[in-house]
Design a protein around this ligand. Sequence first.
Ligand code: CUA
Length: 356
Amino acid sequence: MSNALRTLSKRLPSLASTAMLLLLAGLATACDEAHPRDAYAHPAADASEISAWFYNMYMVLDTIIFVGVLAAFFIALIKYRKKPGDNTLPEQSFGDPRLEIAWTIVPTLVVLGITVPTLGGLFELAKRPDQNQKIIDIEVTGKQWWWELDYKKEHINTGNEMHVEVGTQVMLHLTSADVIHAWWVPRLSGKRDATPGRSYPLNFRPKEVGSFDGQCAELCGASHALMGIRIIVHPKDGPDSYENWVKHTQEIAAKPTTPAAEAGQKVFMGKGCVACHSISGVSELAVGARSRTSGPNLTHVGSRDYIAAHTLKNTPENIATWVKNPQAVKPGALMTNLGLTDQEAKDVAAFLTSLK
Ligand code: CUA
């Protein structure tokens, strides 16, 4: 054995334990709370629980198969290796009916074992929810690069941040105004395409109060990566309840109360923002207008956590940056650069921030 090989064989145990530690660290962080989109360790709705169950079942099954194949490989490697001084040929054989039958039946059983429950899960996910219960019906339209949300019964039109209620059935109807997008909020449900000219259902019942983030999951153009989603699951009662959110959101926009916000409203009305954005009580476009150019309804934009579809935190500074040069924040954004001055951008930010 050469020196290099000898050193390597001495170091092998410590290399193996380092690799094992790295693997364990990776596995531990994969399940960490710091990964808010991790559906498999932390499902928060009935639909994502089904997906998580399948994911975990496949992980266990695949691990058993992986370990079994590796074990057979190493046993064969060690048991049948050439012994020193033994120069005879191993016994030569051709075909073994028992083996042939075994490696046909075992994979068939594995495939059947995966297919049958998977079909069951698919039917379960596609089941139309019982209509004799409270259902939050929302039409979701993907647009380059944001999501329009239309609450049919509640007559609410908003964007990007969806509000629902814990324990209540949610039915989304997904479509698109331009190209194919895909709705994906991993902790609440699986992915579903939003396709122009079609409407696909997606049902889930949230089980946890909180904020759940998601992402457009279909490459849809320059700012595909900046097409985020947030779903806020409200409790049933208390000041933060879903019903209170509905009541508040149905109200028309608050009147500006500071000179900066008043100046901002004038800029909003006079410089062209009004051509694409509705603010109830200030400027009304047809609610839910599906034109390519109409932008999100801004009636209560001040109460959102993010702007520009989860691209920037909702702060006055960020709104000013965004309205001054949208394409610098979001490549290809359809929002026009209106050539606002710094002061005008600041005033618009003061106005929009006041729309709680
Ligand atoms: Cu929309 Cu990717």
